[in-house]
Structure formats: C-alpha cells, structure tokens
Write a protein that binds this ligand. Structure first.
Ligand code: GDP
Ligand code: MN
Length: 373
C-alpha cells in the first residue's frame, strides 16, 4: 500500500520528523489560503504516486498567495505522467543547502531491514547509484536489536560531522515509523539541510498490505497508481499491467502465475496478470474482459480457468457476453466444475476451447505473432 506524499508526510510529522509547514489543497482557493497561512513563498507539489515529479514539472514555486492560486488552477486537473492531479501539497519553500537521501527498507535476501543513506540525495539519486556507488551507504540491522548507535555511526560516516546527531535522531524515528506502521519502505528524498538542521522535503511510504489493524492507520489510503488496477480491485479482481502483448485471465493467483510462465515458455510475453478470484460469476468475468479490452495493448487473450468453486458455465457466459465486441482473438481453456455445460455455451456462440494449458499458451502466442488467424 503506497501512500501519497502528503499522507506519508503526516505520518513522518506525527513521528517527530521535521517537515516544512503546509497542508494539502484540492482547490485553487485552498492553495491560496494555505499560502497565506504559511506567510512565505511556497512550493506546490502534485500529489501523484510516481517518482520524478520534479523533472516532470509537478513541482512549482509560488512567491505569494495569488501566484499559488494561479499555479494551483493550472496544476489541478492536469495530467502528470498519465495520472490526473487532484491534490496539491502546498508547503513553505525552504532554502536548501544540501540534499541528502535516507531510507529504510527490507532486504528480503538478507532477511533484514536495511538503512540506505547518501549525502548526495535529490532527484538524481539513481544516477549517483550508477556513477558513484561509494557515495551511498548501506547498513543492515538485526530486527532484534534495532538501530544501535554503532550502526548509525557507520551509516553516517559519509555525512558532514555537524549533521550526524540530527541524522541519527531522524534515523531512529524513521526506524520507529518503519516498525509501527509495518512498512516495506520509508524513504525521505530529499532530506534537506537547512542551516544546521534537517527537514524532510519528500515522503515515500509503502506499508505492508497485510499490516495488523491499529488506530494509527486511520485515514491512510492507498494511492491510485493505475486506474485500471484500481477498478479491478474494486470489482474483486487483481489486475497487474505487464509489458508484453498476450493478455491472460485466470482464476487463482497460482494458476495465473503458472499461465504467465507457460506463455513465456511458448515464446510470448504476457501483457498482464488478471486473477478474477474464486467463485467469479459471469458479470465479473465480463468486467475482467472489459478491463483487458480497455487496456488495449494485447494482441491475443488466453483465458485459463480451472473450475472449482468457480463454475465454468458462469465463466463461459461471461465470455459469450463480452466476446462480440472483443477487439482481439481469444484462446479459451475451461476445465472442472460444469465443464460440459460451458463447452455447450461456447459452441452456441461459435467459440471452441483448447484442451490443455500448453496448447492454449502456444496458440495465444501464435495468434499474437500473426501466425494464425
Ligand atoms: P520527486 O521528484 O517526485 O521525488 O519530488 P520531490 O518532492 O523529491 O522534489 C523534487 C525536488 O524539488 C527536490 O529534490 C528539491 O530539489 C525540490 N524541492 C522540493 N521542495 C522544495 C522546497 O521546499 N524548496 C526547495 N528549494 N526545493 C524544493
Ligand atoms: Mn523525492
């Protein structure tokens, strides 16, 4: 669960990490009002869950409240990297002396939390990682010990000496945030040097989807990274965009993953992962097909359903409902509960299924490559 910057910032602030004064605005009037309250030049930041907003024009400076209102009018409703800007974070524009990078995440291979720090933070941190990896420090933590002082000293060996106490304090709070919020990532980039102090100018938090319930989660919501993925979720399905050209629809995460593997093995590349979930009825199948059609990148579709609590006849009905306007060829494999009935429903609509997953994958790949009609 990825949080928008303004939500992540609220969490950091609550945990005692310094952030510049400001608030979130949903209208130009609100932006003006916040700028008035701040009483200084402000920065308006588009609240879309993608990195690189700075370079894409999603971060603008306003010298006064009127200019903040005008900029907000331009930014709200515009698109940034394909996502609509509906909220702006309006914060005091601080004088930045240096930009640092600080994050904590989980290294799954090492089964340990890891702190990452660089005195060369900011929008080019990926470039620093490539060109000058020595400028980035990584320190692994024992989950039983937490951020012991000697580890923080090692983490901040690259930092200017005057900043080390403040950095250690923030790192400790970052660790508390990480554990209390059951996060997979808490990232501050840039953590800006302002005088002798530090202030978090950005906040990226990813919380575990399966975190335990708690008061502190109240009001936090997942940011919409992909409108189609969000729509699928609402309909009880799980849809993930991939970068190939063969759409896949199946039931159960395991079967869908296996189907993706088969597509790759047959020489193709999947365009998506779509799990319609257990016990899907015809309308959900239809909705799933609609989402694939709207995505519009695939050249062929492979439907692979194993009927257990999901009934094949329901799936077939959903397919028949959607198939007339469906823009690409379909390969269908339905086995299990009510399989015979499903075959009849498909046949009446002039559709024929394949017998095995391997055949299905091979046929879908051939169709996508234009080798079959
Ligand atoms: P991102 O590009 O999506 O990661 O957005 P950030 O919030 O990290 O902002 C990008 C860049 O904008 C930062 O690295 C800063 O250089 C700059 N920036 C953001 N807020 C301020 C601010 O209050 N003052 C100044 N001077 N620069 C800022
Ligand atoms: Mn950033």
């Amino acid at each position: 669960m990825l949080l928008l910057e303004w939500q992540g910032r609220t969490v950091l602030e609550k945990m005692g990490i310094p952030v510049p004064p400001g608030d979130v605005a949903r209208t130009p009037a609100e932006a003006k009002e916040i700028a008035q309250r701040v009483g200084q030049p402000v920065v308006l930041k588009a609240q879309v869950p993608v990195g690189g907003r700075g370079k894409a024009g999603g971060i603008r400076r306003a010298e006064n409240p009127l200019q903040a209102e005008e900029l907000a009018r331009q930014m709200l409703g515009s698109k940034l990297k394909g996502l609509e800007v509906r909220e702006l974070l309006v914060v005091e524009a601080v004088e930045v002396q240096a930009e640092h990078y600080l994050s904590i995440t989980i290294d799954r291979a090492r089964r340990a939390p890891v702190f990452i720090y660089s005195p060369q933070g900011g929008v080019d941190i990926e470039e620093v990682a490539r060109q000058n990896p020595a400028a980035i420090a990584k320190v692994y933590l024992s989950p039983l010990e937490g951020p012991l002082a000697f580890r923080l000293r090692r983490l901040f060996a690259l930092a200017p000496a005057v900043l080390r106490p403040a950095l250690s304090q923030i790192a400790t709070k970052l660790y508390e945030t990480f554990t209390l919020y059951e996060a997979n990532l808490v990232e501050i980039n840039p953590l800006a040097q302002v005088g002798q102090g530090l202030v978090a100018l950005d906040a990226k938090l990813i919380l575990d989807d399966d975190h335990r319930p708690g008061e502190h989660f109240a009001g936090l919501a997942e940011a919409v990274t992909d409108p189609l993925e969000a729509e699928a979720k609402k309909a009880g399905m799980s849809y993930v965009r991939l970068d190939g050209d063969i759409a896949v629809l199946g039931n159960g995460a395991g079967l869908v993953m296996a189907t993706l593997d088969l597509v790759v093995q047959a020489g193709g590349r999947p365009a998506n992962f779509l799990d319609i979930g257990g016990g899907a009825r015809a309308d959900r199948v239809k909705k799933g097909l609609e989402i694939i059609a709207r995505d519009g990148r695939a050249k062929a579709l492979f439907v692979n359903v194993f009927g257990g609590i999901t009934r094949c006849d329901e799936v077939a009905r959903g397919i028949v409902d959607a198939h007339k306007d469906f823009p690409i060829p379909m390969v269908i494999r339905l086995v299990g509960t009510n399989e015979a009935e499903a075959r009849k429903i498909l046949a009446e609509a002039g559709l024929v299924g394949v017998e095995t997953m391997e055949q299905g994958a091979a046929k879908a790949v051939a169709l996508a490559q234009g080798a079959l009609r």
